[in-house]
Write a protein that binds this ligand. Structure first.
Ligand SMILES: Cc1ncc(COP(=O)(O)O)c(C=O)c1O
Length: 407
């Protein structure tokens, strides 16, 4: 592959340097409209809250805001980035984990709906304000994700209120005088099976349906989180998003009718689905080693591209202007850890030092997870829209030193 959104990869590398993250604006817009049109076929009251944790560059946030998306934040800084990008507070939700009193104090400065991770979070919130709206994240006792690290439901998951405690949680809030409610569930990320979304939603109604009916609660919204997957490997099948939306709608309307819950808004919090396949990491080959295996070194590493080391994730690899794979190699970073193998046993064309090597599907959970480990600097980011636009400067040694200067 030689071009991204019509722009020559080598020209981008020469103009902005490597390693560099680039994002295809056209692809982001296509992803959004595909998701939006699938769900709007079935739901009138429905909001897409883009999950900032996937990628929180404000230039990307602005694209999504202009398309009509809301935002889903998981920390006060993400919240401030969303506000800074112009999202209306009424279109921002907050879904955190172990929300501290400090975090809750910051969040409650704005009119943001919060999905509370535990009943103890509710107690901390009550010490700060008298909430007029409460939503709990439910752990339904089951979970599924692309990897163990991104499975967020079930008995090993640290997220959400265990479902057995849900009646108590809503009863407590109701008896405190709270009159407006929502509910949240998300049991894992990178799911490619449509039926799983419907199964989890069905489970949610089994948990909250009667509780809401007994407490005379008609929830303002039902938030099913993110988790909509993308194919990373050749054997991964694309998630059939229209079919997924239909299955979700069938369960949603059957159960809201059955439990007399009115017509709540459906909220979803996609991250990966909107940005994952729109991002690329462009690197340069720094060395080729014929060791016990053939190792190809690039000028990036697990510090800026952590998914392979963190989860064993696989990303497609291509070389600029070289098409025919003729060997199996290990593509490595420069970090002093043997987990810094960025692509294991991948087939690539004949490489040479200085070649441009591109990792695909690098838009989500890549830059947003980057660190300075081994003293390696954070790369720049470029948005490929009408023309290539630098949307984040490359970090410098001065930037690092600045945080340690006290005189
Ligand atoms: C609460 C919550 N919402 C949304 C997301 C985004 O998930 P995804 O990128 O799989 O859509 C996550 C990811 O972990 C999450 O924990």
């Amino acid at each position: 592959m030689n071009k991204i959104n019509g722009f020559d990869i080598l020209e981008i590398a020469e103009k902005f340097g490597t390693p560099i993250y680039v994002y295809d604006a056209k692809k982001i817009k296509e992803n959004y409209s595909k998701l939006y049109s699938s769900f709007s076929n079935y739901f009138e009251k429905f909001t897409i809250h883009y999950s900032l944790k996937a990628n929180s560059n404000i230039h990307i946030l602005k694209i999504l805001k202009n398309l009509g998306a809301g935002a889903d934040c998981s920390s006060p800084i993400e919240l401030n980035l969303a506000l800074n990008s112009g999202f209306d507070p009424t279109k921002i939700i907050y879904t955190g984990n172990f929300e501290s009193s400090e975090d809750l104090r910051e969040i409650t400065r704005y009119n943001i709906k919060i999905n509370l991770d535990d009943i103890t979070s509710y107690f901390r919130l009550k010490e700060i304000c008298s909430p007029n709206f409460v939503s709990f994240r439910v752990n339904p006792g089951i979970g599924k994700g692309g990897f163990e690290g991104i499975t967020t439901g079930g008995t090993d998951a640290k997220f959400g209120v265990p479902y057995e405690l849900i009646p108590q949680a809503y009863k407590t809030a109701k008896s405190d005088g709270v009159n407006n409610f929502g509910v949240h569930i998300m049991t894992g990320s990178n799911i490619l099976e449509p039926f799983y979304f419907a199964e989890v939603l069905d489970k949610l109604f089994k948990i909250v349906g009667n509780v809401f009916k007994e407490l005379d609660i008609q929830p303002r919204y039902i938030d099913i989180g993110g988790g909509f997957g993308i194919p990373y490997t050749e054997t991964d099948k694309e998630l059939e998003i229209d079919f997924t939306a239909k299955l979700i709608a069938d369960v949603f309307f059957e159960n809201t009718r059955k439990f007399e819950l009115g017509i709540p808004e459906l909220k979803i919090e996609p991250g990966r689905y909107l940005i994952g396949n729109a991002g690329y990491l462009i690197t340069k080959i720094t060395g080729i080693k014929n060791g016990y295996k053939k190792f190809i070194g690039v000028d990036a590493g697990m510090n800026i591209f952590p998914r392979p080391a963190l989860y064993g994730a696989q990303h497609k690899v291509t070389l600029y202007k070289k098409e025919v794979p003729n060997q199996i190699v290990q593509v490595c970073g420069q970090i002093c850890e043997n987990s810094d193998i960025l692509a294991k046993n991948v087939a690539i064309p004949e490489p040479k030092e200085g070649d441009i090597l591109v990792f695909h599907n690098a838009g989500a959970y890549c830059y947003s997870m980057a660190s300075n480990y081994n003293g390696r600097l954070l790369p720049a980011e470029v948005l490929l829209d009408q023309k290539p636009l630098l949307i984040r400067k490359r970090q410098t040694f001065e930037d690092i030193l600045e945080t340690m200067r006290f005189e």
